[in-house]
Design a protein around this ligand. Sequence first.
Ligand SMILES: [Zn+2]
Ligand SMILES: [Zn+2]
Length: 265
Amino acid sequence: MHLTDSHCHLADKRLYSDLDEIIGRARLAGVRTIISVGAIGSIESDRLTVEIAEHTPGVCAAVGVHPHHATDCTSKRLEELRELARSPKVVAIGESGLDFHYMYSPAEVQEASLRRHLELAAELDKPIVIHCRQAEKRLAAIIAEMTLPRRGGVVHCFTGDTVAAETFLKLGFYLSFSGILTFRNAQQVRDAAAHVPLDRLMIETDAPYLAPEPYRGRRNEPAYVIRTLAVLAEIHQTQPELLAEKIRNNARRLFGLDTVLIGVL
Ligand SMILES: [Zn+2]
Ligand SMILES: [Zn+2]
């Protein structure tokens, strides 16, 4: 089986401090492709993410500024991201987006940062990775106004309802589901997942956050993506192996994984 963890944060110190073992366990679990996202914290986390990707076959990188840190999305920072994105291992821009749940940056600053990320993705001809928490309507309005970059995008860790899922699908997004799908109280997310066609689905860990059941509350890692796959296969009444193959192809298509020599874990 070829599993794809479409979103995690390997540069986070909770994972990086243990990286060889985490990569080893991912490989044993069947994870062959990982998209590691910088974006959280300073530019150093993007730098380290690219470095890890360049040294690890099967690991690719996304670079950007997380909406929590949207106030850091300056022209200087964008220039640094542009520079990092020259690495063939950088396959996406992000994560950017809107988080009106935590609201760590003011809404208008998050929106300005999102617009600059959409422009950057279009300029560099890369797909965009979107983070959206309790801001589905506003996000959809901005995307509808600006349109997705030519290469498309993914809404990661989708936690909206069926209506939001349909809106994002219409805009052209892939939807990625995290360990939340395995939580007992997440029926709304499972209902939404049932409405997503197989050729628009992805799965992720968002490690070190959001460990799936039965690891909920503990440090998450890419090997656990198999738990989310199992639940998603049940929802779509298909075999995990078949779904994993679909998801692998979706990730290939979105992130252009056939055009770069990325190898496998
Ligand atoms: Zn996120
Ligand atoms: Zn993330």
